[in-house]
Design a protein around this ligand. Structure first.
Ligand SMILES: Nc1ncnc2c1ncn2[C@@H]1O[C@H](COP(=O)(O)OP(=O)(O)O)[C@@H](O)[C@H]1O
Ligand SMILES: O=C(O)C1=C[C@@H](OP(=O)(O)O)[C@@H](O)[C@H](O)C1
Ligand SMILES: [Mg+2]
Length: 263
């Protein structure tokens, strides 16, 4: 055997070890999930993730390939999250609620924690129409926009394990609610009108609120929409005075309860 053949054999041996370690790692991930569920522990533990990363960087700090190795490690972590997400949710998570309730914010956080794709409905529609939501309303009117929303929800039925961040008015159409429920669990995020005002006051991206940024207007519109939001919801999460992490954890626990995980 010449040297090259020997190196190749060593490499194959090394890859075998990596494969074995990865398979073992993913089995451990599943065990951790079961343990957390069994003991009603928080599923999201961002501090633990940070600790793991710090330890890894410390070990690597003098290695000349640290960037490349760390990149692989990040990919392993991302795929662990995917495995977790697929185990927890074999459906789409559809976030609904009033403007400023936190649909986009919560979607982004969940997406980072579970490596799940997010479909931000407003953004997708704005990209497809090549204009802002405000301009779509002004040019074609609200009905036109709502129909684009319906089409997008139907498209989402072909996907799985996606977070769908709805625009605030999506659940106003009965048809939309029917479509989102076909392979999604519907999460209603709520907040008091004062909280909403506080969150949206500096943004002009919500045409329905422009010129009406006051508690009374928000309260009235919220009240007018309340029954439809609640009828659409599989679970409700109140967001006032809670951190994004607290909201996400509550959301996950309620989704798990729906599946009877803790009974
Ligand atoms: N739980 C929260 N605590 C504090 N600020 C929040 C919270 N959730 C959302 N926000 C802020 O409120 C604003 C509106 O949130 P966003 O996610 O865009 O709402 P939506 O998509 O429902 O309209 C954003 O500036 C966001 O940072
Ligand atoms: O409540 C609504 O009817 C709307 C909410 C907005 O989305 P956000 O809820 O993300 O602000 C956006 O879709 C559009 O301005 C209409
Ligand atoms: Mg939004």
């Amino acid at each position: 055997m010449n040297d090259l053949e020997m190196f190749r054999e060593e490499l194959a041996h090394c890859d075998d070890k990596l494969l074995d370690a990865l398979m073992e790692r993913y089995t451990i991930i599943e065990k951790i999930m079961v343990y957390k569920e069994q003991y009603g522990m928080p599923i999201l533990q961002p501090a633990q993730e940070e600790k793991q990363k710090r330890q890894m960087l410390k070990k690597l700090h003098s290695n000349k390939h640290r960037e490349e190795i760390y990149d692989v490690f990040e990919s392993i972590m991302r795929n662990s999250k995917k495995i977790q997400a697929r185990k927890l949710f074999d459906y789409n998570i559809v976030l609904i609620g009033f403007m400023g309730a936190g649909k986009s914010t919560i979607s982004d956080y969940l997406s980072a924690m579970f490596a799940m794709d997010v479909v931000e409905m407003d953004q997708v529609i704005a990209e497809r129409e090549e204009m802002s939501i405000s301009d779509i309303f002004e040019t074609y009117g609200e009905e036109y926009f709502r129909t684009r929303e319906t089409e997008l929800l139907i498209e989402m039925q072909a996907r799985q394990n996606v977070i769908v961040s709805c625009g605030g008015g999506v659940a106003m159409r009965e048809r939309n609610v029917e479509e989102m429920k076909k392979n999604g669990r519907v999460v209603l995020l709520k907040a008091a009108p004062e909280t909403i005002l506080n969150r949206v006051k500096d943004s002009d991206e919500r045409p329905l609120l422009n010129g009406h940024k006051n508690v009374e207007y928000i309260e009235n519109l919220m009240e007018a929409r309340r029954d439809k939001y609640e009828a659409a919801a599989d679970i409700i999460v109140h967001t006032d005075n809670k951190t994004v992490l607290q909201i996400c954890e509550e959301l996950i626990q309620k989704l798990l309860e729906m599946d009877g995980e803790y009974v």
